[in-house]
Design a protein around this ligand. Structure first.
Ligand SMILES: Nc1ncnc2c1ncn2[C@@H]1O[C@H](COP(=O)(O)OP(=O)(O)OP(=O)(O)O)[C@@H](O)[C@H]1O
Ligand SMILES: [Mg+2]
Length: 227
């Protein structure tokens, strides 16, 4: 038997990103993001973590080089294909949760399924809320939840469509240690239990500790990769 190599969920090949105005946010980054693993992007403010995450989530494109997400070269896709790629294959979690304030927890989780034209949306959303142990808050509005609970709802929303990829930008950046730990456990389980390729930017030592792969960035480049 040959050892089977895992196929990367995201392959980044010599990606450079220069913003309008001339900032070189990425200066030649190559990286493979593997399924079933958490990959942490570490490094000082301004080193390019969010820029790299935006490329991983097909929210932005390299100025040169190539980013392959779930087998598709992102810069070759049209708008409709990009929307489909994001809706089917990618979930997003942000520092400030970004829940819709007028929707209940359940409706927030259900929304991506409705947008994708899925069936059984409410039952599926409820199942994911149960997975983050918040089925009891299904009818609550975001303002009625704690920060940690809001982030758990955001994680349920990000994972409701079983994406191959979970992109998380400072997911514990706005949380106390106890809430942050609960969120990190869920992110860990997204990789271990659901098989997602998780890529997470973080300044937190606790968050970095759940990652199999730690990528240290500096001035738009990868300084080291620790597996
Ligand atoms: N939309 C933009 N337009 C122009 N410059 C930008 C834009 N977004 C980021 N930059 C610049 O690109 C560089 C990298 O920024 P980025 O947000 O990727 O850093 P980061 O590592 O995520 O930082 P932080 O830890 O503070 O979140 C910085 O110099 C930043 O000022
Ligand atoms: Mg950032």
């Amino acid at each position: 038997m040959f050892a089977q190599e895992k196929v990367a969920a995201i392959s980044i090949r010599d990606a450079r990103k220069t913003y309008e105005g001339g900032t070189e946010a990425l200066r030649g980054v190559s990286l493979e993001i593997l399924p079933g693993q958490v990959t942490a992007l570490l490094g000082r403010s301004g080193c390019g973590k969010t820029t790299l995450l935006n490329l991983c989530g097909a929210m932005d494109f390299p100025t040169s080089g190539e980013v392959v997400v779930a087998g598709r070269v992102t810069s070759s896709l049209g708008d409709a294909e990009l929307t489909a790629l994001r809706r089917r294959e990618i979930g997003f979690v942000f520092q400030f949760f970004q829940l819709l304030p007028s929707l209940t927890a359940l409706e927030n989780v259900e929304l991506p399924l409705l947008l994708a034209g899925a069936k059984n949306t409410e039952a599926t959303a409820m199942e994911r809320l149960r997975w983050v142990e918040l089925e009891g808050k299904a009818r609550s509005l975001p303002t009625q939840l704690s920060g940690g609970q809001m982030q758990r709802v955001a994680i349920a929303r990000a994972l409701v469509h079983d994406p191959k990829i979970l992109v998380a930008d400072e997911p514990t950046g706005n949380l106390d240690t106890v809430s942050g730990d609960a969120v990190l456990k869920l992110i860990r389980r997204a990789a271990s239990e659901l098989g997602a390729a998780v890529v997470m930017a973080t300044h937190s030592v606790e968050a970095a500790a759940i990652a199999e792969t730690k990528v240290r960035m500096r001035d738009g480049r990868i300084e080291s990769i620790e597996r």
